[in-house]
Design a protein around this ligand. Structure first.
Ligand SMILES: *Cc1c(COP(=O)(O)O)cnc(C)c1O
Length: 362
């Protein structure tokens, strides 16, 4: 087997052991003589998977009983709309902190259904290179929620400390760093994320919503778009993305077996320290545009002295089977996406390649 070193920004790497388990159970799931792809989403066998995925997530993150965990379709992008559709309305406002392209999209959708405000933006010349400081946030105490993007996948910035929003609940798009470490969920009213970066495969979107916020959700919008519908029916109002949820369950089991989120955080910190360590060792060669205190543990973004050298870097990466390193078109350069399931050994090999490349071309 010759697996690539997968630095794809999303969909992204999954644990090898999980893929092998999927393979081994594919033709005969739980003794049914059928694949999980072929059984009813209302069968006992599937329901056990569905509920196990929820309870493992609850256990790993320490999510209290006053939060519902939903498995929906439509990606994080649908949540850009569903969140304001459910929570805004005449006379109700929300604060948005704009830290990148995904927050901009979320804000744009909110404007279609309500009157959201920008509480802060860190856009400078079309680029976002940092997370705002607490004192920069102009928060409205009457807002229904404060929306943040916990990790900015494209620009490579991440909230290291979540903002203090007083009594106003935080709504967070955690698509690209959900489960990277343990965190205190209490200030959050709602968390959402597409699974395909840091959690599992594409196709399922996780929404975690607190009861008090759920109670405020509107009931005059289409039934399928109401959070209340999915909370009431345990995400089985319609057919959920069963295969994706099944893989999420296997990934959560894998994390638990390895040592839970404390272990996950250690791994992620070690990987990021290795990559940023190389960048900082060759400051004339690798230029990281992001402010140090805003650096993402998931996506490291950097430039080389010229586009020519960047292309050469990417060309040489192919021989090592490094994939997914080209930066987003709006930023250019290189982006190393080192999500949860990218092995430390892949990061080590890339770090060595970066050192050699800098020494050869500096
Ligand atoms: C990838 C990404 C999205 C978009 O997710 P989809 O599931 O494709 O809709 C939204 N927000 C963030 C932070 C992302 O990284």
């Amino acid at each position: 087997m010759n697996r690539a070193h997968n630095f794809n920004p999303g969909p992204a790497a999954l644990p090898l052991e999980v893929l092998q388990k999927v393979q081994s159970e594919l033709l005969d799931f739980a003794g049914t003589g059928m694949s999980i792809l072929e059984v009813s989403h209302r069968s006992k066998d599937y329901e056990a998977v569905h509920n196990a995925a929820q309870s493992l997530m609850r256990e790993l993150l320490g999510i209290p009983e006053n939060y519902h965990i939903l498995f929906l379709g439509g990606g994080a992008s649908l949540q850009f709309s569903m969140v304001p559709m459910n929570l805004l309305g005449p006379g109700v406002s929300a604060d948005y902190v704009i830290t990148g392209a995904w927050s901009q999209k979320a804000f744009k959708e909110a404007k279609l259904v309500g009157n959201p405000r920008v509480a802060a933006t860190t856009e400078e010349d079309g680029k976002f290179t940092r997370i705002p400081k607490q004192e920069e946030l102009q928060l409205d105490p009457q807002a229904r929620y404060v929306h943040i993007t916990s990790n900015n996948t494209i620009f490579g910035t991440q909230w290291h400390t979540f903002p203090n929003t007083g009594n106003v609940p935080i709504v967070a798009d955690m698509s690209s760093d959900f489960l990277w470490r343990p965190f205190d969920i209490k200030p959050f009213g709602l968390i959402y994320g597409g699974a395909q970066k840091n959690l599992g495969p594409a196709g399922v979107t996780v929404v975690i919503i607190r009861d008090d916020l759920l109670a405020l959700c509107r009931e005059d919008i289409p039934i399928i778009l109401r959070f209340k519908t999915h909370a009431k029916d345990n995400s089985l109002y319609n057919t959920p993305p069963v295969f994706a949820i099944y893989i999420v369950k296997l990934v959560l089991e894998w994390i638990k077996e390895k040592g839970g989120l404390a272990w996950m955080e250690q791994e992620n910190r070690a990987k990021a320290a290795r990559i940023y360590g190389v960048i900082d060792s060759y400051p004339e060669f690798y230029r990281a545009p992001v402010a140090k205190d805003s650096r993402s543990f998931m996506n490291a973004v950097f430039r080389l002295p010229s586009e020519e050298l960047e292309n050469k870097f990417l060309e040489g990466a192919k021989a090592h089977r490094f994939v997914g390193l080209k930066g987003h078109r709006s930023v250019g350069g290189i982006r190393v996406s080192m999500y949860n399931y990218v092995p430390k050994s892949s990061v080590e090999e890339l770090a060595r390649y970066m050192e050699e490349f800098a020494r050869a071309h500096a």
